[in-house]
Ligand binder design. Structure first.
Ligand code: BGC
Length: 786
């Protein structure tokens, strides 16, 4: 809803002293009188920054980090609260603190924090009064001296709000349309008491036992006036036992810190207001362990938990817990890659994981809100942001020039009109097609398809245009001579498998040895293209869009994309899969991708599977897939007769593999399989948690169907394997909870399942027999085949 019309007269207001680098945290105040009996009072409020509002000293809501993150230049959410019980007869005060939030973090959107609000009092006599933000408000500063989502907060408890002046109207980027709240509220969730310990240097470190995103509530006793307590938040102790943030701070000096200056009291308590950190440990300075208590509070979008999986392998159970925790740690209004270093809402990560996310929690509204920003920010070229809402720290083309002059690596930053070089990347941009498609599958909600069809089509048409470009590097290739160049995508920069646990290619090692920068690397990659990856993902998007178009009754589009898909598949099979089934550049990903995305002719399939088997053997049954293919690895093995191999890889406890970090005490998913061994990279990167999709869909065997999405009809196809003697999955659908459970003893199995009312399950038992089941709880026994 657009609030900028009708009786809504509120204005954006800010502090009168111009803000640039200083980082002032304004406190806004409006005093007013209530005379008469009030029936109801409604507060509408939003901010450039994030706000905390109080009426007469009482918080208006427990929700955090509002108004949430949207493409602020285009749309900004307004929250509404019924605050009737907070008002009193006579004098009242509405007070709002506004912290930097996403608006000023890295100066993403602007420099000035601002407030917009309307308080409407409905009196019992039928009259109405509205108090709006305008020049009648006061603004000062308070005890929060500085605050930044990532750097942290400096709080001087000796101070009270002061320096009151009249607020002025703000005109920095006030063009965003005010809309109704669409965010799932962010709330304080689990609490973890801290265990005091010491690192190798003898420093006081608090261990909360769980890596999470949130902050620490501290209770300090017998403090003295001016005593300063510092907290630094990190994910681990390094290999020598020292507290360190080197794995996740991206080289930042000011990182995840709290500075609290005591007023001096028998007891004082503090919880940060506008900062959120990724951490399990906190380094404490300025107070002894006996004089303080620390409690970590996890903060994330408060979604209902919907699914669970358990089995006889405790390490796999812990893997499920860790994946769930990485979801919690990264789903704070938008899905970010990690809660520490980057905190960007990367499309690739979300695309890989969105279905798993839906098994764990009801993410329908979470993705619904987020995807709108992808559409809003889509470039004229059809590219979509690699991260969105865009947090590029570049506000317009002129600013981009200035920034690039200082730092050429910022050539990667948008908006440059056509989208940056990273935004060509398949597997990331394909989120525009994939996420709505998967959300439709999981929730049966067609509006995902209707609302995002044009965005998806524009993205795909962009990729198809790029597919037609010729790469001079490959000018002498047969495919060009044969006139098939239009169906192989061999140009542009693509992240590709990113993070494959393999040594870098020799020319990349050479490039960095010669002092090459990240930007040089990107240019280098763009020169070569990634035909095996780019062609496959573009074909997958053709398939998805053909299907979406069919669902939406756009038959012409559907036929068009289906036809392209067939042509691309034929070209891929002919030019990119050699006669012995090998695919460049080898390794598991090449084969998994080709099989999973249906790029292989029936004729070559056995050869490709044989190549994959060889790769598994060479890797001693450890995975070596990267960012994109890991989610497909185990399902692809099962679909192609390699069930034993799939379970063997799943249950590996040495690196690279999902269980390895768990043997070292991981409590979340890592960015790198051996990240804990070498103390490198983020310890809370959710995307590899997508292996849980395999646990739900293959081991427990619960799978949705496109024919009747949202689990109105679903498959039960449990797969018994590895060391597991039992497995149980459950998933709460709109109709009720599905349960699927097996136990085995030798070849004998007992299978039980629950089918919710109004749904149909198509069951395939481990003995190969099939049944259609309606509502009820069932038990079957048999002998596993094969
Ligand atoms: C992020 C990822 C992201 C990737 C792009 C990384 O720095 O942390 O999760 O998808 O860049 O390849």
């Amino acid at each position: 809803m657009d609030y900028s019309y009708g009786q809504n007269q509120a204005k954006w207001i800010c502090h009168p002293v111009e803000e640039k680098e200083e980082g002032r945290v304004p406190v806004f105040r409006r005093r007013f009188e209530v005379s008469g009996e009030v029936r109801s009072v409604l507060l509408k409020i939003t901010a450039h920054g994030i706000y905390e509002a109080e009426i007469n000293g009482r918080r208006v809501t427990e929700n955090k980090f509002m108004p949430g993150l949207t493409s602020y230049y285009y749309r900004i959410q307004v929250q509404e609260y019924d605050v009737t019980t907070l008002l009193q007869e006579g004098d009242n005060e509405l007070r709002v603190m506004v912290g930097d939030g996403w608006w000023r973090w890295n100066n993403n959107f602007g420099y000035t924090l601002a407030l917009w609000s309307e308080l409407t009092l409905h009196y019992t006599d039928g009259s109405e009064e509205t108090i709006i933000t305008d020049e009648n408000w006061d603004v000062g500063v308070g005890p929060i001296v500085r605050t930044d989502l990532q750097k942290g907060e400096v709080y001087d408890a000796r101070m009270v709000a002061h320096g009151w002046q009249k607020a002025v109207l703000c005109n920095e980027h006030t063009e965003g349309v005010l809309i109704e709240n669409q965010s799932v509220p962010v709330r304080e969730k689990e609490h973890f008491p801290g265990m005091p310990t010491h690192d190798a240097a003898g420093r006081l470190v608090i261990d909360f036992g769980q890596n999470l995103a949130g902050y620490v509530h501290m209770t300090l006793r017998n403090t003295i006036h001016g005593q300063t307590v510092h907290l630094k938040h990190g994910e681990g102790l390094d290999r020598d036992g020292y507290f360190s943030t080197a794995n996740c701070d991206g080289g930042r000096k000011e990182f995840q810190q709290i500075t609290y200056i005591c007023k001096g009291a028998e007891m004082e308590e503090y919880t940060p207001h506008f900062a959120v950190f990724g951490f399990r440990y906190v380094l404490v300075e300025g107070i002894e362990a006996e004089k303080a208590d620390f409690e970590a509070i996890a903060v994330y979008s408060d979604m209902e938990e919907t699914g669970d999986f358990r089995c006889s392998n405790e390490l796999i159970n812990k893997l499920v817990e860790n994946a769930r925790w990485s979801q919690k740690g990264n789903f704070l209004d938008v899905p970010v890659d990690c809660p520490t270093r980057e905190r960007n809402a990367w499309t690739g990560d979300a695309m890989i994981y969105c279905k798993t996310a839906a098994y764990f929690m009801d993410v329908r509204q979470f993705f619904k809100k987020w995807l709108v920003d992808q559409t809003i920010e889509q470039y004229a070229s059809g590219k979509v942001g690699i991260t969105f809402p865009s947090t590029s720290s570049v506000h317009n083309p002129e600013e981009l020039k200035t920034v690039q002059a200082k730092d050429p690596a910022m050539a990667l930053a948008g908006p440059s009109g056509e989208g940056n070089i990273g935004e060509d990347s398949v597997g990331w941009g394909d989120s525009a097609v994939w996420i709505p498609y998967q959300m439709y599958l999981m929730y049966g909600d067609k509006t995902f398809l209707e609302e995002h069809y044009d965005t998806a089509k524009k993205w795909l048409e962009f990729s198809l245009r790029c597919m037609k470009e010729q790469n001079p590097m490959y000018a002498d290739k047969l495919l060009y001579a044969n006139g098939d160049g239009d169906y192989i995508y061999d140009t542009r920069f693509h992240y590709g498998e990113w993070n494959e646990p393999l040594p870098p290619a020799p020319e990349v090692i050479e490039l960095f040895a010669k002092g090459g920068t990240a930007a040089d690397y990107v240019t280098h990659m763009a020169k070569y293209g990634k035909p095996e990856v780019a062609t496959a993902y573009t074909k997958r998007s053709c398939d998805n869009l053909a299907h979406i178009a069919r669902i939406l009754g756009k038959d012409k589009d559907s036929a068009h994309f289906a036809d392209l898909s067939a042509k691309i598949k034929a070209a891929y099979d002919k030019y990119l899969i050699a006669s012995d089934g090998s695919i460049q550049p080898g390794h598991q990903a090449a084969y998994v991708r080709a099989l999973a995305l249906d790029m292989v002719s029936e004729k070559k399939k056995p050869l490709v599977i044989a190549q994959l088997k060889k790769e598994l053997e060479t890797a001693d049954y450890h995975l070596n897939t990267g960012f994109l293919s890991t989610v497909y690895l185990l399902p692809t093995l099962c679909e192609n007769g390699l069930v034993d191999e799939a379970f063997r890889i799943l249950e590996q406890t040495t690196a690279p593999g999902w269980l390895h970090p768990i043997t070292l005490g991981a409590t979340t998913m890592l960015e790198n399989w051996n990240g804990m061994d070498v103390f490198r990279d983020s310890f809370n990167h959710y995307s590899f948690g997508a292996v849980c999709q395999f646990l739900f869909e293959y081991v427990a065997g619960i799978r949705p169907t496109f024919e009747n999405p949202g689990f109105k009809e679903f498959e039960l196809h449990p797969i018994i394997g590895g060391s597991l003697t039992f497995a149980e999955g459950s998933y709460k659908t709109l109709y009720g909870t599905i349960r699927s459970c097996w136990e085995r003893c030798g070849k004998r199995f007992v299978y039980t399942c629950t089918v919710p009312e109004g749904t149909t399950a198509h069951l395939t038992l481990p003995d190969g027999s099939a049944k259609a089941l309606s509502v009820g709880t069932y038990r079957f026994e048999g002998e596993q085949h094969g």
